[in-house]
Design a protein. Structure first.
Lengths: 261, 330
């Protein structure tokens, strides 16, 4: 469809234990890995806790510095310290939307912050953009003067989404963003994300352990365990013919629930 | 005989203006040896209902029921002490987030010994102490923890989530209850660990004939493990029946939407297609709609729905809707 949007090559992360001066220990959080994402596509990352899936997310948004490797966006290298460039294009939504929104700011102030820091728009234009973005995620313009505690869980997640898309990014990282929602709100959210992907040509990186959502939502998937990539390929292929023992166990543990129905 | 038989249970919160019915006329019956799923989204009052059964609700909540029987005893007529004696002997409860429910300052062994029933011990106090230790270790074996030496000495933070939940179940088993209420036992757990806990509960049900009330917010998670399911929405009873009835032929529009909205359940739908959803969001307690509380979100709502529907019974498949989807499956 289009060229490679995000190109990750040889990315790895090791933590050094600073307690020992001699004989320093290294903890490997992520073995070197490479992948590409196109626009309009979704990559799902699956794994248990401690498998390094959140480390990937942190490396991609620049919250952590990679030990080795490069991240390229549209062929341009993303420098480790250059947040201005990265904030524009790579955004992230967290698991618990209730605690990631500042409770002392109104929604307008919350959404205004990234605009002030990253763009040179004047106040009326910013106001206009916030209004449009809120409508895009299915909220009303009147919600601008509300505080986060006045919303329900699903609406808060929509606000986080609005905050993510307001800078018109190209990549959005969903770190378990759908896990804590109720089923009926979760499917609303999935529909909304799919619509936005259609409209804006976003690429999603979905970190999840619900294989049902992964199957429905993603084009490619990556199975991680202890920082290593076990399998990487088309979602349908992996879910139908898992090669690795670990993947098989993961699929079995979720699929047995409906096997006999 | 029915283990528990609840008819028209309401839990109400008295506010300055008008009472709020957090749970509005809910029915629940359980037979001995049954695994019943209680499914509802957040704010549906499923945890309140469980707490009302155990009797650990706050003073501010008022519980009314037409019938509230435990193995033939009317619990509403008993005094608080008698009720507590019955319930604490026969009912046990486990909670979500086991890590947070265990005492972080004491070892697992001490906490387990505390839970052991005094009546099971005989002899002098030094003998009792020995028996108590043995009973605690036995309990750990019962829930499938083999290395009891390590486990007994460790603190809750040293164990994984699944192990903590096993310890919680062990504590619940200490008094050999007839009914175990599991309030979202696997929330925020890895899927492989979830399977372990559910398998343990299922084996307890099979081997000891213990009834289990499995509370969950996700229909698809519990379907494999339950015989019967009760669905609640926003404090109201929605539908009850066997798992097959609920999952394959839901009569209520809400249950239909729940089944359709889970991407795992309806495997026929193509990749990246739109999922079926109900519009709007779950109402808060302050702004509950009158009549059927699903009304504003329901695709089949009509004028009649401003009155709360009566429960209709089709071959032990109960549904609370004016316009059930019964004719769709003939």
């Amino acid at each position: 469809m289009s060229d490679v949007l995000l190109q990750v090559s040889n990315l790895s992360k090791t933590y050094k234990d600073k307690n020992y001066w001699f004989n320093r220990k290294c903890i490997t959080a992520l073995e070197p890995l490479s992948f590409d994402i196109m626009a309009h596509k979704t990559l799902a990352i699956v794994g248990e806790t401690g498998s390094g899936k959140s480390t990937i997310a942190k490396l991609l948004v620049g919250a952590e510095l990679p030990s080795t490797g490069h991240i390229r966006l549209n062929g341009q290298s993303l420098e480790p310290g250059n947040f201005k460039q990265r904030c524009q294009h790579v955004r992230m939504i967290f698991q618990d939307s209730g605690t990631t929104l500042n409770p002392s700011l109104t929604i307008e102030q919350l959404l205004d912050e990234p605009l002030q820091l990253n763009t040179k728009l004047n106040e009326t234009k910013r106001h206009q953009l916030i209004r449009e973005t809120l409508q895009k995620v299915g909220l009303l313009a009147e919600h601008m003067s509300f505080y986060p505690h006045m919303f329900s869980g699903g609406q808060k997640q929509r606000i986080s989404l609005a905050r993510a898309i307001i800078l018109k990014p190209q990549v959005i990282i969903l770190d378990e963003a759908l896990a804590s929602l109720d089923p009926s709100l979760r499917s609303q959210m999935i529909n909304l994300l799919l619509d936005l992907q259609q409209q804006m040509g976003l690429a999603f990186i979905l970190i999840s352990h619900n294989l049902g959502i992964v199957r429905h939502f993603s084009d490619e998937m990556m199975v991680l365990s202890k920082g290593e990539v076990l399998e990487f390929g088309k979602t349908t292929d992996i879910l139908q013919k898992p090669k690795h023992k670990y993947t098989k166990r993961l699929i079995m543990s979720q699929r047995f629930q409906l096997l006999h129905r | 005989m029915n283990l528990i038989d609840i008819r028209n249970l309401s839990i109400k919160l008295q506010t300055s203006t008008k009472p709020i019915f957090a749970v509005d006329r809910v029915n629940l019956t359980m037979k001995e040896g049954e695994v019943r799923g209680l499914v509802g989204e957040s704010g549906s009052g499923k945890s309140l209902l469980a707490q009302a059964i155990v009797g650990v609700l706050d003073e501010k909540w008022q519980v009314d029921a037409d019938r509230f029987h435990w193995r033939g005893n009317d619990l509403m007529r008993l005094s608080a002490e008698e009720r507590k004696a019955i319930i604490s002997k026969d009912v046990a409860m486990i909670f979500q987030e086991p890590m947070a429910c265990l005492d972080p300052t004491t070892t697992i062994g001490e906490q387990l010994e505390e839970a052991v029933d005094v009546e099971q011990l005989t002899g002098y106090f030094w003998q009792k102490r020995q028996q108590r230790k043995l009973a605690a270790i036995n309990l750990l074996h019962k829930v499938g923890i083999k290395q009891h030496e390590v486990c007994v000495k460790s603190f809750p933070h040293q164990l994984t989530d699944a192990l903590c939940q096993r310890v919680m179940i062990a504590m619940a088993l200490a008094r050999r209850p007839m009914l175990l209420i599991a309030d979202e036992p696997t929330a925020a757990m890895e899927s492989t660990n979830q399977g372990q806990i559910f398998r343990l509960l299922a084996s307890l049900n099979q081997l000891k004939n213990m009834s289990i009330l499995l509370i969950s917010h996700d229909l698809e998670n519990v379907t494999h493990w339950t015989n019967t399911i009760t669905v609640m929405y926003s404090g109201q009873f929605v539908e009850a029946g066997t798992t097959e009835q609920i999952f394959n032929q839901p009569y209520h529009p809400y249950t239909r939407a729940l089944v359709d909205s889970s991407p795992k359940a309806s495997r026929m739908i193509p990749n990246k297609s739109r999922l079926m959803t109900l519009p709007g969001s779950i109402p808060t307690l302050q702004h509950l709609p009158i009549g059927c509380r699903l009304g504003p979100r329901c695709p089949r709502a009509q004028q009649k729905c401003v009155h709360a529907p009566k429960i209709k019974n089709f071959h032990s498949h109960q549904v609370s809707c004016h316009f059930p989807l019964k004719d769709n499956y003939s």
